[in-house]
Design a protein around this ligand. Structure first.
Ligand SMILES: Nc1nc2c(c(=O)[nH]1)N[C@H]1C(S)=C(S)[C@@H](COP(=O)(O)O)O[C@H]1N2
Ligand SMILES: [Mo]
Length: 321
């Protein structure tokens, strides 16, 4: 059964009619000015998180006319499944859709280990059995300054954690992607240290917005999107959303994470979406919603601040980026 919770993008925010009319008018205006398209093309060339030349559009942006938040429309399925970051299958956006067919997602087992009362190696179905699935439509903001809106299917990570019972000493949760260069050709090269790893603080992992996704758009997760199990943390940059998870480990020490290891000055552990903290090589103030021509302002915590900002009270979010 699909349940919509209030922490989704509220349906009236997905396409409020008045704003939608406004937006069409606005897009029309941008087109007439002939600058929206140029901005879009520049953003399309953003290289993935890897070191490389990233160009900021040169003064071609139009402000949102004082409108605080633009409407969110669900990104077309075709787009969300053909424009991907999944370096295990190549570094170009179209590579995962072309190459991820070699990933065998069944059978799939997950190791849950470390500081838990009930460590286990279980078939994915058993890990999730009995947990009420949810459907949540979330904005997804890549650190490369593009974004989408994706309806996920999955379970709250907190429900899975409750099942394995974290010990009182546990403070972090680490996730690991499958390592198998036969199935994942990108792992034969050294573009990243393999296997891909990510981690959350335990309270972030237990936040009700945090999902383990098994599907999107009402269907099973396509391989290129991280089948059969991927993390979704909507207030953080997309690279925290680790794909094809085989291991979940609870620990008392902050785990190392792949992008932070690869480029510590560019990608932090927290990676909360923050328009006020630029990436060293580009601005994070705006983003290109895939399918739109002009950039829109990036929202603090990707628009989920009301729900999650309290997790970070008292923390310096410039230092803990
Ligand atoms: N294992 C693994 N997980 C990963 C990545 C990756 O390269 N390998 N890329 C990350 C990045 S940078 C982003 S933006 C999202 C992209 O998810 P999507 O392709 O489903 O949109 O996946 C994240 N998870
Ligand atoms: Mo990303």
């Amino acid at each position: 059964m699909l349940i919509r919770r209030p922490d989704d993008i509220p349906p009236d925010e997905i396409t409020p009619e008045a704003v939608y009319r406004d937006r069409r008018r606005f897009l029309g205006a941008a087109g007439t000015l002939g600058i929206g398209l140029a901005t879009g093309l520049v953003s399309t060339n953003l290289l993935a998180c890897a070191p490389g030349e990233v160009q900021e559009s040169a003064g071609g942006e139009v402000e949102a006319g004082g409108q605080p938040a633009l409407p969110d429309e669900v990104t077309p399925y075709e787009t969300a499944t053909t424009y991907n970051n999944f370096y295990e299958f190549g570094t170009d956006k179209e590579d995962p859709a072309k190459n991820a067919g070699t990933l065998r997602t069944r059978p799939w087992s997950v190791v849950v280990e470390g500081m838990v009362k009930r460590p286990a190696t279980v078939a994915l179905e058993d890990l999730l059995k009995g947990i009420t699935p949810v459907e949540r439509t979330y904005r997804m903001r890549c650190v490369e300054a593009w974004s989408m809106v994706i309806p996920w299917l999955g379970v709250p990570l907190r429900d899975v954690l409750a099942r394995v019972e974290p010990l009182p000493s546990a403070r972090f949760v680490e996730f690991t992607t499958l390592y198998d260069p036969k199935q994942m050709p990108g792992q034969r090269g050294g573009v990243l240290p393999w296997p891909y790893k990510e981690a959350l603080r335990l309270d972030e992992a237990q936040h009700p917005l945090t999902l383990l996704a098994t599907g999107m758009y009402g269907k099973t997760l396509p391989n290129q999107n991280g089948a059969p199990l991927r993390l979704v943390v909507p207030w953080k940059y997309g690279f925290k959303g680790i794909k094809s998870i085989v291991r979940i480990r609870l620990t008392d020490k902050q785990p190392r994470t792949t992008w932070n290891d690869a480029a510590p000055s560019e990608y932090g552990f927290y990676a909360n979406v923050n328009p006020a903290v630029d990436h060293p090589r580009w601005s994070q103030a705006r983003e290109r919603r895939i399918g739109e021509f002009r950039r829109r302002p990036t929202l603090p915590f990707n628009g989920y601040g009301e729900q999650v900002a309290s997790l970070y009270s008292g923390m310096d979010l410039r230092r803990n980026y």
